[in-house]
Design a protein around this ligand. Sequence first.
Ligand code: SF4
Length: 247
Amino acid sequence: MKLSITKINSFLDCPRKYWYMYDLKMGTPKSEGFFFGSAIHEGLENFYNGKNPMEGVRQALFSKKKSIKEEAKEGVDPYKLYKEARRIFDIYKKKAPKYKPLLVEYRFEVELIHPKTQKQLPATLVGKIDLITDKAEVIDHKTASGSSSSFFEDKNTFQASGYVYAYWKIFGKMPAGFIFNTIIKGNSKHEPRIEQNFVNIGLEHLCVFFNKCEDVLGKITREETRDYPNTSHCRFCSFKDICPKKI
Ligand code: SF4
């Protein structure tokens, strides 16, 4: 099996949500926030590849979509989002940290082996690192409407641990650092801004990451998904309109 951080996070949100997404392969259109975040992501990929970021944004917002998962929910206005993205990239070009890219959107597939005991799981970890700098920093881009809150701290640490684990497996050493490069959207009163959030990840975090992968993999293998709803996630869930377990 191939695990990814998104896949594991979906399971941790709600095992039944995982079942909809990965067993039934059901997709839902993106919320405005996610649709916009994906467009900014495409822009950043272009930016760090020395290309025009707004061309990446344009492609993401206006090109024909291959599946419903790539589409935006009804009512999302791509022209409004394009303007917002232009405002962001005008500022980003002047104020963004000057990372020198070594690798951009680096795809990986690594074995899942416990960093201390060497126990191996019958699965690999797959994913994409947004940016690896010439100083061996691992960068993950995020788009947010405000400064990061402690509400997402566990999720962020888990995500950072996964990318650091992948780096460690690929390069045989820990990266120099892990940074969430967070673009705060701004509004009519405030300009967009960029925040660098450093996350300290050590070997212990990689062990915790491995243990969580092992736990989730075991539950998926035992099919503890469809009938194991986590209703505390319902109000955030994109399947809430069709799920009979929703509370
Ligand atoms: S609506 Fe609730 S129970 Fe149903 S899949 Fe979503 S989070 Fe799980």
